[in-house]
Design a protein around this ligand. Structure first.
Ligand SMILES: C[C@H](N)C(=O)N[C@H](CCC(=O)O)C(=O)O
Ligand code: MG
Length: 369
C-alpha cells in the first residue's frame, strides 16, 4: 500500500457553548482535515487544529508545512514501513507539531487498514471503553457552578475546570463548585499558564486549607517557566501536571529530571502525532510518572487517534481529557470511535474506522474536499 497523494479539507463544527480559557475564547472547531490517499484506494484520515496560542500553528502554516515539507517526502512510501514514514515526518522540519500530527494520524489509520485491525490492537490492545472528563469554561461563578452541576447530571464524574483569569475570583470559583458537586465529581483545575508561581502556591494552599480536595492542577505557570513549575510542585500537596511546558520526549525527560511536575499531559498536537506520544508514555512509565491524554479543540477524527493510544497505554495514561467531540454540537464523522458523553468506545473496524466525514469545505489551492 503506497502513498499517492495528500489532500486537505476544512472542518467547521460549532461548539455547544463558547470554550473559554485563560488563553482564549473559541466558538467553533475549525480544523484542517488531511486525507492520505494510496494506490490501493484506501484513504487515511487525520486532523489538525490551529491552536496558535499553544503550538504556534495556524491553518496556513499547517497546510504549508504539509504541502511543501511533509507531503513531498511521503509520496511513494509504503505504509508497511511505518517507522521509516514517522521518521520522515518528524525530521521534515522543526516545530509544526500539529501538521506532523495530522499526517501521522492518517498514516497510522492506514497501517491499521493494511493489517485489517483496529489501531488500538496494532498498538498492543486494551479495554476498548474509556471515560473522559469534561471542561468547564472560565466564567462567572454562578455560570461555572451551573455548568458543573449540569455536567454531573449528564454523567461526568470528573470536571476539568478552567481558571487562571483572576487569582482571587479563581479561589472563590473553585470553593463554590466544590460545595455544589462535592463527592459527585473529581475536580481537576487547568490554569493554562495564568498564574505566577507564588499565586499558584497561594491559590492551591488556600484551597487545601479550606478542605477542597483537588485531583490535580494543570499548567499553573508560563510554559517556559520550569523553575516556577518546580517551585509550585515542591510546595503543595496537590499533584501538579505539565501541559504547555512539555511537547516532545526530550522536554519530558528534562521535566522529570527537574522534578518540575508530578503528571504529564500528552497531546498528539504537541507531540507531532502518535509515535512520540507512545515514546512519552514509555518514558513516563519507566519513571513511574502518570500521564493524562488530552486534546485541543478537535473533532472525533484526531481525538479518535488519541483514544486508541489511551486504550493501548492504559497502564500509564491513567487520566483522560478527550472531551473535544462532546463539546461539539454534532459529530461530522461516520464510523470510528463513539463519543457518548463521558463514555468513549472504540470500534473493531480497521485503523480508526472512519467511513465518511460530512461537510468538509475545500481549501484554496487544494484539490480535496
Ligand atoms: C479541550 C480540552 N479539554 C482542553 O481543555 N484543552 C486545553 C487547550 C485547548 C485549546 O485551547 O484549544 C488544555 O488542556 O489546555
Ligand atoms: Mg491544559
Amino acid at each position: 500500500m503506497k502513498i499517492t497523494d495528500i489532500q486537505f479539507g476544512m472542518l467547521r463544527v460549532p461548539l455547544k457553548t463558547p470554550f473559554k480559557t485563560a488563553l482564549r475564547t473559541v466558538e467553533r472547531v475549525e480544523d484542517i482535515v488531511v486525507m492520505v490517499h494510496t494506490d490501493s484506494g484506501q484513504v487515511g484520515y487525520g486532523e489538525a487544529p490551529a491552536t496558535a496560542v499553544i503550538t504556534g500553528d495556524t491553518h496556513g502554516s499547517i497546510v504549508d508545512a504539509i504541502r511543501h515539507y511533509i507531503s513531498p517526502r511521503l509520496i511513494g512510501e509504503d505504509i508497511a514501513d511505518l517507522n521509516r514514514i514517522t521518521r520522515l515526518i518528524q525530521t521534515s522540519m522543526e516545530k509544526n507539531s500539529s501538521a506532523k500530527a495530522a499526517v501521522e494520524i492518517a498514516v497510522y489509520d492506514l497501517w491499521g487498514q493494511l493489517y485489517n485491525a483496529p489501531l488500538y490492537k496494532m498498538l498492543g490492545g486494551g479495554d476498548p471503553v474509556i471515560t473522559t472528563d469534561i471542561t468547564i469554561s472560565v466564567d462567572t461563578i454562578d455560570k461555572m457552578v451551573a455548568d458543573s452541576i449540569s455536567a454531573v447530571e449528564r454523567g461526568f464524574d470528573s470536571l476539568k475546570i478552567k481558571v487562571g483569569k483572576d487569582i482571587g475570583v479563581d479561589v472563590e470559583r473553585i470553593k463554590a463548585i466544590y460545595a455544589a458537586v462535592e463527592s459527585r465529581a473529581l475536580l481537576r483545575l487547568d490554569a493554562n499558564q495564568g498564574w505566577t508561581a507564588k499565586q499558584a502556591v497561594y491559590a492551591i494552599t488556600t484551597l487545601e486549607d479550606a478542605g477542597v480536595r483537588l485531583e490535580l492542577v494543570e499548567q499553573p505557570v508560563k510554559a517556559r517557566d520550569l523553575e516556577g513549575m518546580r517551585y509550585v510542585t515542591e510546595r503543595v500537596h496537590t499533584p501538579i501536571m505539565a501541559d504547555e511546558s512539555v511537547f516532545g520526549p526530550m522536554e519530558v525527560i528534562e521535566l522529570i529530571n527537574l522534578r518540575a511536575a508530578d503528571i504529564i499531559n500528552i497531546k498528539l498536537m504537541k507531540t507531532g502525532g502518535i509515535s512520540n506520544a507512545i515514546r512519552i508514555a514509555d518514558i513516563a512509565a519507566l519513571h513511574q510518572v502518570e500521564c493524562m491524554i488530552g486534546c485541543m479543540l478537535e473533532s472525533s477524527i484526531s481525538v479518535a487517534a488519541a483514544v486508541h493510544v489511551a486504550v493501548a497505554k492504559a497502564d500509564v495514561i491513567t487520566k483522560i481529557d478527550l472531551d473535544g467531540p462532546s463539546l461539539c454540537q454534532f459529530d461530522p464523522v461516520e464510523g470510528g470511535v463513539t463519543f457518548n458523553e463521558s463514555e468513549i468506545s472504540v470500534s473493531e473496524a480497521p485503523g480508526l474506522g472512519i467511513r465518511e466525514i460530512r461537510g468538509l469545505e475545500p481549501i484554496p489551492g487544494s484539490a480535496a474536499a
